[in-house]
Design a protein around this ligand. Structure first.
Ligand code: ANZ
Ligand code: ZN
Length: 786
């Protein structure tokens, strides 16, 4: 009987008591640092979406440990931020208390799943001993001039009542709650991630990440090479600067467009156009950005009444405002070239503006609808005529403007008007202005408050806690007020992997030697979401800390292994309202953690989106029942098949192909149900990363005192694999009479024919009737005669 409950509880306790998975410093061994995205301790507990990467990372780290690497597989809690806080508000419990409860619950779940995390390195982003260092890093940004306060239009979620970063706005909606975001003019703290745009792009080249993830980051950073060109206003002394990627088309610019909130609108607009311009600008700014920039949307705009001079043609060209030009990109103004840009063309057609062709397409290239956006040769461009566009770009830039590399990446809005986050360690002094809290006064702890609901006024709930807000200026000792905004969700997770290397250090973020040993993360298991959030932010922090000489490598994560999501049995996304949620804890209860783990891997390739299927789990359970009953037999070793299995499992694990391993285990057991002690031990070792409990149980039944998970990984012999022939023992009535050499995998008929023609055998069976033939492939043949 396979009593999974008893077995699993027993070994979970054993691992805990024996610190089986504790990674050691200073062993001098080569290391592996395996990481999963640490969870939010939410009230709903952990689900299949957590299980999948944890199980994969677990199998992989057990494999690496057995391969002789000092292996760290740590876990912690990303416990600050909106989910924890919203849960607390909804349930009327203080976030600190609900977070504690949720962590205790999630921990129990994970232990029941048999995940071999190194609990000695557990961290919690809401622990003052942890966020002290989050605050310390913020101060380093501040000192380096990369944390700054600025007033501007930012994204605001009316439901969560807080400002958001650009990265937290997905298709115009709040990343957390899906509410359409608004724009609000607010004074905010920013991190100057834009200063790292190029470094973040360059760093991607060294990473072994899925191409799609790299491309998403590249697009988000959005590098464009072009030029800045100044167009003087014709009646005013000001000039307006534009950013263009096509300076070669300068002669074709027949009008200009400013963003509806461009600072020069007031100057350029003539009195007779003012009312119309202001009304248009108002309406445009109330529209969500996503609507304004949609490619297929009908273009609109209004004439300001003013003119600028095209510096190349020296013509007066009209200046318009239109919502398709954004103030947040480039200079917030464009030179419109309707003959060579689709949007400008649509606009010019609608408002009857002149269209001048300045690029001729190469012979044979068809030009559709009067717009040619490709490369070619210049025409109607004075002395630049006949120049290829690429060359003209250089010359026209040099003659009329200056080169400019433009990035789409915007600075990171870093303050939140919410309670449950790290306080930003700054004070505002009437005399000294903004003063950083001295490092030796960190952490600035989050005060206990009565009311932690967001106010919606743009002020954090902390602003109401006078005893906390009022403080003394570290500089002049005069009265000062604490900064009351908190840090975003993504602060604590931007450096958590560093803390794992030295989680209890109270004098520095982590000891440099330890960082040097463990960095970088070798394999990072995680989802496909957060590509332009956590994965971008933490690369930024790591690169910054590298430049500060604090960490030892530029890039935090060498390899990223993404997983597909697990759908409900109905093929739909698991959700409470659909009632198709498969709770991993129920599966553990009924079938055991080993069955859950193996079945989850058996479902399909780790990267695939896959539907749970309740029927198949019984097969895995039965397989483990058979495993649980295995005892060593006096059999010949299953040489070739076993070496094949070792090779297969090793390669699968190296390539994160967990599903095909499971099938190989089943097949091997079907063909070799009676393994001898040595083969059985090898088999159990191979199986141990997948089914850690039952293999540990059998290992101990075989007489071992120490954990199977600390054994070394079996090695296969290429020679054994190459071996084409096997020797088959030939018995007559159970007595060995001969041996013959046949091809591996030979069929019973082939072997029987060979045996019958052997003189050693024919003398024993001459004139007798053969009642039965017992054939064990690659092993023996036994003739039963009368
Ligand atoms: C003239 C021109 C002629 C342009 C042409 C394109 C084709 P990317 O590649 O995304 O960097 N642009 C510049 N700033 C803008 C803003 N704030 N809002 C909307 N559009 C803006 O695109 C750069 C091009 O987008 C620029 O080059 C500019 O139009 C436009 F045949 O200038 B171009
Ligand atoms: Zn002061």
């Amino acid at each position: 009987m396979y009593n999974h409950k008893e077995i699993e509880a027993k070994w979970q306790k054993f691992w805990e008591d024996n610190q089986t998975y504790t990674a050691k410093d200073g062993t001098g061994k080569a290391k592996k640092f395996i990481l999963i995205e640490f969870p939010y301790p939410s009230g709903a507990g952990l689900h299949m979406g957590h299980l999948r990467p944890y199980v994969a990372g677990d199998a992989y780290s057990r494999f690496m440990r057995m391969r002789g690497f000092e292996t760290m597989y740590p876990i912690g809690w990303d416990a600050f931020g909106l989910p924890a806080e919203n849960y607390a508000i909804k349930n009327g419990i203080h976030p600190r208390i609900s977070t504690e409860q949720n962590i205790a619950n999630a921990k129990k779940q994970i232990k029941n799943w048999g995940i071999g995390f190194d609990w000695s390195r557990e961290i919690n982003t809401t622990d003052p001993e942890y966020y002290k260092w989050t605050q310390w890093i913020f101060l380093q940004f501040y000192k380096a001039g990369l944390a700054f306060e600025s007033t501007g239009l930012i994204n605001w979620c009316p439901k969560d009542k807080t400002g958001l970063a650009n990265e937290e706005v997905i298709d115009g909606k709040c990343e957390r709650c899906g509410t359409v975001v608004e724009k609000r003019e607010m004074k905010q703290w920013y991190l100057r991630i834009s200063a790292y745009a190029q470094k973040l792009l360059d760093g991607l080249k060294e990473l072994d990440w899925p191409e799609s993830v790299k491309i998403q980051q590249e697009n988000w950073i959005g590098r464009s090479e072009g030029a800045l060109i100044k167009f003087p206003f014709s009646k005013q002394s000001e000039s307006v600067e534009i950013f263009t990627t096509r300076p070669d088309t300068l002669f074709g610019s027949t009008y200009m467009v400013l963003a509806p909130d461009h600072p020069l609108i007031n100057k350029i607009t003539t009195e007779d156009h003012r009312t119309e311009v202001e009304a248009y600008a108002q309406a445009a700014l109330n529209k969500p950005e996503i609507e304004r920039t949609a490619v297929d949307k009908e273009k609109t705009g209004v004439f300001t009444g003013g003119y600028a001079i095209n510096p190349a043609t020296e013509e007066e060209i009209p200046v318009w405002i239109a919502d398709y030009v954004l103030s947040s990109y480039g200079t917030g103004a464009i030179m419109a070239v309707p003959a060579h840009d689709e949007r400008d063309h649509a606009f010019a057609k609608k408002y009857n503006l002149p269209i001048r062709k300045v690029v001729a397409a190469p012979a044979g290239v068809e030009v559709k609808n009067e717009v040619y956006t490709g490369e070619g040769t210049l025409v109607n461009s004075g002395e630049y005529n006949f120049m290829p566009t690429s060359e003209a770009r250089q010359h026209i830039t040099a003659d009329f403007g200056k080169p400019k590399v433009q990035y789409r990446l915007r600075d990171w809005v870093f303050s939140r008007q919410r309670y449950w986050g790290e306080p930003i360690p700054l004070v505002h002094c009437e005399k000294c202005g903004v003063v950083p809290v001295p490092e030796n006064q960190l952490p600035v702890t989050l005060p206990e408050v009565e009311k932690y609901e967001p106010t919606g006024t743009g002020e954090s709930p902390l602003a109401a806690v006078e005893s906390w807000v009022n403080t003394t200026c570290p500089n002049c000792q005069g009265p000062a007020k604490r900064e009351t905004n908190t840090m975003p969700q993504w602060a604590g997770s931007s450096w958590y992997y560093l803390r794992y290397t030295d989680p209890k250090n109270n004098v520095q973020l982590a000891d440099k030697e330890k960082l040097k040993y463990w960095q970088p993360v070798d394999v990072y298991f995680g989802g496909m979401e957060h590509t332009t959030l956590h994965l971008l932010y933490s690369r930024f922090w790591n690169q910054f800390l590298y430049d500060q000489g604090i960490v030892t490598v530029k890039e935090p994560y060498l390899l990223r292994i993404p997983h597909g999501i697990i759908l409900g049995p109905d093929g739909e996304k698991m959700s409470k309202s659909r009632g198709n949620v498969v709770n991993p804890d129920d599966v553990v209860e009924q079938y055991g953690a080993d069955t859950l783990r193996m079945y989850e891997m058996f479902l399909g390739p780790h990267g695939d989106v896959i539907a749970w299927n309740d029927n198949g789990i019984v097969g895995v359970r039965r397989f483990l029942e058979r495993v649980s009953a295995l005892v060593p037999k006096q059999e010949e070793p299953a040489k070739r098949a076993l070496h094949k299995l070792i090779k297969k499992i090793s390669q699968d694990l190296e390539e994160y192909k967990f599903n095909t391993s499971i099938a190989a285990f089943m097949e091997f057991l079907n063909n070799n149900p009676n393994m001898n002690q040595s083969d059985l031990e090898t088999y159990l070792k191979l199986l141990s990363p997948f089914a850690p409990h039952i293999t540990e149980e059998l290992w101990s039944r075989l007489g071992h005192q120490t954990s199977i998970h600390l054994e070394s990984w079996p090695k296969y012999d290429e020679e054994q694999l190459k071996e084409e022939n096997v020797t088959i023992v030939v018995q007559v009535m159970g007595k060995v009479r001969d041996s013959i050499v046949v091809k591996t995998g030979a069929s019973e008929e082939e072997v029987r024919n060979l045996v019958m023609s052997s003189p050693n055998i024919s003398k024993h069976v001459e004139g007798k009737e053969i009642l039965k033939v017992i054939y064990v492939p690659d092993r023996l043949i036994n003739l039963v005669i009368k």
